[in-house]
Design a protein around this ligand. Structure first.
Ligand SMILES: Cc1cc2nc3c(=O)[nH]c(=O)nc-3n(C[C@H](O)[C@H](O)[C@H](O)COP(=O)(O)OP(=O)(O)OC[C@H]3O[C@@H](n4cnc5c(N)ncnc54)[C@H](O)[C@@H]3O)c2cc1C
Length: 463
């Protein structure tokens, strides 16, 4: 029976980073990937967060087709799908490292990115076995995972197994770490990959103007357009457990309606884009801190562990980051001779103390914001008219003071909704950030009074 220090299942971002790191730490490592090539089975494209370029130096040398996304926009549509309000923004000068100030994300195709990462793992010494499906976990008499079994019946032993096999992790199930995702922990995303010539994209949009767009309306849950190096994706999703509230019809039917809506149709026509492929994917989107991410002889990384971020399900960075931590823990526990659950508990301690743990510290609040607003189409029949009237005071329709009076009346009607929004979604998040709204307002008021008083005293002294 073949024997390794580390057996990795899945050559996605999590698995490849785990394998690369394990090899660099001197561990004999094998990676199993069911696709003929890494990336074959992944969603066709993704955005790489600026953190990836900050935390993983080697990505700076990456030479694959890519697109820097320097804008995000939110389009609010009414029930006829006419645009009523639009916001567009660029990276903030509060970004605390150069990439964060320069772009929101770098969009790439997964077939290129996954192959790039798997190539680095191979270069580091990992044995990459593609076109091989892992169907079972090997266990010893105490139930500790000791390796894997492939579909051909081959048994491969490892001191530590790293399950990087994505959202529908068979290994998590086989190891007894998870039965099924709960309905509020997993989303179904459907998308269509459109192909458009890059020259046409540069001509119509402009190389410096690439941005991702989210469309909200009372009709369907927050579809998006994500620009890609040669085209774009149109997609939408919803928690599996909320299908009845967010998706009254089949998800593909919504996607079809989004694609044939006026703003999207115009965009597609202008780029002369052609639909290339439809996809459906499951993606964990956790309203709580992930649990059971390790067991005797096994650690779960990336989507297998449920690490996609709870606000937007951005998961590539956390997959890479957790893969690296898992490999480091594997090296330490193999060297100390304790790869039991007690030894591998270190993995959970490490990720909880990392930016992954920090991200999940407000998991419930972020997920509720998403569930209550973006994945909740009826809310937009209240929000969009309020946004649409934001500039009413400046209109030439009437004397400006009349416009302002109308605006105040509209906003006072919307006040109960705004107060409820602040109470339900903003206040819990502020509390998580240790900001207490009422106390902060009191403090601001007090500071303002003090300044006024001081200014008054200064004026008296001047006189
Ligand atoms: C439509 C969509 C869009 C997304 N967009 C973004 C984005 O823009 N930015 C972002 O950061 N995140 C995005 N995500 C999330 C991101 O794709 C995941 O969080 C990330 O891919 C997780 O990486 P991973 O390595 O854990 O798992 P995966 O990328 O899913 O990789 C798992 C690998 O394991 C292999 N595998 C599975 N089972 C077996 C088996 N039994 N035997 C052998 N091999 C197996 C698979 O073929 C696959 O290659 C998106 C997700 C979806 C679905």
């Amino acid at each position: 029976m073949a024997k390794y220090d580390v057996v990795v299942v899945g050559a996605g971002p999590g698995g490849s980073l785990a394998a690369k790191t394990a090899c660099e730490l001197g561990l004999k490592t094998v990676v199993f990937e069911r696709g003929k090539k890494p990336g074959d089975k992944s969603s066709s494209g993704c955005g790489l967060a600026p953190r990836i370029f900050r935390d993983f130096d080697f990505t700076k040398e990456m030479d694959i087709p890519s697109l820097k996304i320097k804008y995000q926009s939110l389009h609010m549509l009414d029930e006829n799908l006419d645009e009523r309000f639009m916001m567009r923004w660029s990276p903030s000068d509060l970004g605390d490292y150069p990439e964060a100030r320069e772009f929101f994300q770098v969009d790439v195709y997964r077939r290129d990115f996954d192959r790039f990462l798997a190539g680095l793992a191979s270069e580091a010494g990992a044995e990459l076995r593609t076109g091989t499906v892992v169907v079972n976990a090997l266990k010893d008499s105490k139930g500790q995972v000791t390796g894997v079994v492939t579909e051909k019946g081959e048994k491969v032993e490892g001191d530590v197994t790293i399950a990087a096999d994505g959202a529908v992790s068979l290994l998590a199930y086989q190891a007894g770490l998870r039965e099924k995702w709960k309905p509020d922990e997993i989303t179904l995303l459907v998308d269509c990959d459109f192909q458009a010539p890059r020259e046409r994209m540069d001509e119509i949009i402009g190389p410096e103007e690439y941005g991702n767009q989210v469309f909200v309306s009372p009709l369907y849950p927050a579809p998006y357009v994500a620009m890609m190096p040669e085209g774009f994706h149109v997609g939408l999703g919803q928690w599996v457990g909320r299908f009845t509230s967010g998706f009254a019809e089949k998800p593909y039917e919504y996607l079809r309606r989004v694609i044939s809506s006026k703003p999207l149709k115009r965009f597609i026509d202008r780029l002369r884009a052609k639909p290339r492929e439809f996809h459906a994917h499951l993606l964990p989107w956790m309203p709580r801190v992930p649990t059971n991410t390790y067991g005797g002889g096994i650690m779960l990384v990336g989507d297998a562990a449920g690490f996609a971020c709870p606000l937007e399900a951005e998961g590539i960075h956390y997959a890479m980051f957790s893969g690296k931590i898992a490999a480091e823990v594997a090296a330490e526990t193999i060297s100390s001779g304790d790869t039991s659950a007690a030894g591998l508990k270190l993995y959970e301690e490490r990720w909880k103390n990392s930016i992954i743990g920090e991200e999940f510290s407000a998991a419930k609040e972020w997920a509720e914001l998403w569930a209550g607003i973006f994945f909740n189409p009826p809310q937009w029949s209240k929000i969009t008219p309020l946004a649409n009237n934001l500039m009413l005071w400046a209109s030439w329709a009437n004397p400006h003071i009349t416009n302002l009076k109308k605006q105040i009346s509209r906003y006072s009607q919307g006040l109960p909704f705004l107060m409820e929004f602040i109470k339900s979604y903003v206040q819990p998040l502020l509390r998580k950030s240790n900001v207490h709204l009422f106390r902060s307002l009191m403090k601001l008021g007090w500071m303002w009074l003090k300044t006024k008083k001081r200014k008054g005293i200064e004026l008296i002294l001047e006189e």
